[in-house]
Design a protein around this ligand. Structure first.
Ligand code: HDL
Ligand code: ZN
Length: 416
C-alpha cells in the first residue's frame, strides 16, 4: 500500500476506534434521576443553558431582570429566535443543540418549539437518560455534589437508591473561597469551628469532609479557584488546604481537583452566565504538587494562555493529572490545539476531555464534537509515528484511547 493510502487507512482506523470508545466523563453538573428536578433535560433546558444566554444577551434589548423573571419556555423562545432563526447557529454551544437534536432523531430546523416540547414531554426520564448516555458513548459520569447546596443536601439526607453510572464528586468551593461566611454556616450545621484555622477548627472541617465523602461515596474532592490563587499564601484558602484538604485527601487516598482561572461574577446581571476568565499563575500548582507528593492532584485551567505551562508542570510532577478542555476552552480550535500540545508533551498520561454538561442531552454533542477532534489529532500523531517507522495496531490505538477517555484517570486515582 503506498504512503498516502496507508496514512488514510490509519486515520480511518483511528476514527472508528475513537467513535466507538466508551467514556468516563470525569466532570459534569448532571445528576442521577433520583435527584428529580435537579437533573435537567429537554429543549427548554438546552436553550437556556448559560452558554447560550451569554450569546443571546448580546442581541437582547430587554432588561436582564425582565428576562430572568420569564418562564424557561419564554426564555427559550427568545434564545431560539435570536440565535437560531435570525442567525446561523455557528457558535459551539448553538451547534451543540443542533447535534443533540439531530442525533436524537429530531428535525433541528423545527420552527415550532412546541412540537419539540411535546416529544420531550413524552419521554420517560430513566429511559431518556440511558438513551442520551448510549448515544454519547458515556458509561459513567462524575456529578458535582455540593453539601452547601440546600436542594441537593435534602436529596442526600432523604436517601435514594444510587445509580452506579453517576459517581459523586465532593465540591467544596464555599469552604475554600468564602471561609468566614462558611465558617458561620458550619457552626450553624453542628461543627465546632471558629474563624481562626487552629487545630480544633481544622479537625472539625476534616470531620465535615469525611461525613460528606462517606455519605456521597465521593471519588474526589473538587474546587474552582480564581486566577489569582496563590499557594502558599496567608489566605484562608491556602491555610485550609494545608490544615484540612491536603491531609484529608492524603489520608483517604482520593484526588484533589483544582479548576483554576475563573473570575466569578464579571457581569452579575448574567447570573450563571456572568463568570469570566483570568490568566492564572501556575506556580501554585507546582508548589502544591511539590509540597504534597503523596496527594493526587487533578488540574484543569480556564485560560488558553496557560495550557502550555500546565503541560510543563505536568511533566515535573507525577502526582498531577491534567484533564479536560474546560468551559471557554471547550471549543473546536482549542480542543485541537490543547490535545495536540498534551499528546506531544505528556503522551497519553492525561484525560483528554470532560463534558461539564448541565443538561443530560448535552453529553451527546459534547462528546460527538470532542471525539472527532481528538481522533483527528491522534491520527496525526500515529501518522507521525508511522513515518518514523512505528505502525500502531488497532489494539494499541484502543488501549491509548481508553486511557485518554477515563482509563488514565482511573489508574491515577486508583493508585495502581
Ligand atoms: O465551576 C465549574 O465547575 C464550571 O464548570 C462552572 O460550573 C461553569 O458554569 C460551567 O458550567 N462551565 O462549563
Ligand atoms: Zn463544571
Amino acid at each position: 500500500m503506498n504512503k498516502e493510502a496507508n496514512e488514510a487507512m490509519i486515520a480511518k482506523r483511528v476514527d472508528k476506534i475513537v467513535s466507538e470508545a466508551r467514556v468516563l466523563d470525569i466532570h459534569t453538573h448532571l445528576y442521577a434521576p433520583a435527584f428529580g428536578k435537579l437533573l435537567l433535560w429537554g429543549i427548554d433546558e438546552l436553550l437556556v443553558y448559560h452558554y447560550l444566554l451569554a450569546e443571546a444577551f448580546r442581541y437582547f434589548k430587554l432588561p436582564y431582570d425582565k428576562f430572568h423573571a420569564m418562564s424557561k419556555a419564554e426564555q427559550a423562545e427568545l434564545v431560539w429566535d435570536e440565535l437560531f432563526v435570525k442567525r446561523s447557529p455557528v457558535s459551539e454551544a448553538c451547534r451543540g443543540v443542533i447535534t443533540s437534536l439531530n442525533r436524537l432523531g429530531l428535525e433541528p430546523r423545527q420552527k415550532d418549539l412546541n412540537l419539540l416540547r411535546k416529544w420531550f414531554a413524552e419521554q420517560d426520564t430513566d429511559e431518556y437518560v440511558s438513551r442520551c448516555m448510549e448515544l454519547a458513548g458515556v458509561d459513567s459520569l462524575c456529578m458535582t455534589n455540593s453539601p452547601f447546596d440546600d436542594a441537593e443536601r435534602q436529596v442526600w439526607d432523604s436517601g435514594f437508591d444510587g445509580d452506579g453510572r453517576f459517581v459523586a464528586a465532593l465540591r467544596i468551593d464555599p469552604l475554600l473561597v468564602s471561609w468566614p461566611k462558611t465558617c458561620e454556616w458550619l457552626k450553624e450545621n453542628g461543627y465546632d469551628v471558629e474563624p481562626e484555622i487552629n487545630d480544633k477548627t481544622a479537625g472539625e472541617v476534616r470531620r465535615f469532609l469525611g461525613h460528606w465523602k462517606d455519605k456521597m461515596r465521593a471519588e474526589y474532592v473538587m474546587v474552582s479557584l480564581p486566577p489569582d490563587f496563590e499557594y502558599p499564601s496567608s489566605t484562608a484558602c491556602s491555610k485550609l488546604i494545608d490544615a484540612v484538604v491536603a491531609p484529608f485527601c492524603a489520608e483517604h487516598g482520593i484526588p484533589f481537583a483544582l479548576m483554576i482561572g475563573v473570575k466569578r461574577g464579571v457581569n452579575k446581571e448574567l447570573k450563571l452566565a456572568g463568570d469570566g476568565v483570568g490568566w492564572s499563575k501556575l506556580e501554585a500548582v507546582e508548589n502544591l504538587c511539590g509540597a504534597y507528593p503523596e496527594v493526587k492532584f487533578m488540574v484543569t485551567a480556564l485560560s488558553r494562555e496557560v495550557q502550555h505551562t500546565l503541560c510543563v508542570v505536568g511533566r515535573k510532577f507525577r502526582n498531577l493529572h491534567i484533564f479536560g478542555c474546560w468551559w471557554f476552552t471547550n471549543v473546536p480550535h482549542l480542543i485541537e490545539e490543547i490535545t495536540r500540545m498534551r499528546l506531544e508533551l505528556l503522551g497519553t498520561s492525561f484525560t483528554a476531555q470532560h463534558s461539564d454538561a448541565r443538561v443530560i442531552d448535552q453529553i451527546i454533542y459534547k462528546w460527538d464534537h470532542s471525539r472527532s477532534l481528538i481522533a483527528k489529532v491522534l491520527a496525526d500523531k500515529y501518522i507521525d509515528l508511522a513515518r518514523a517507522g512505528w505502525e500502531v495496531s488497532d489494539e494499541e490505538i484502543k488501549r491509548d484511547v481508553t486511557a485518554l477517555f477515563g482509563g488514565e484517570f482511573k489508574r491515577f486515582a486508583g493508585g495502581h
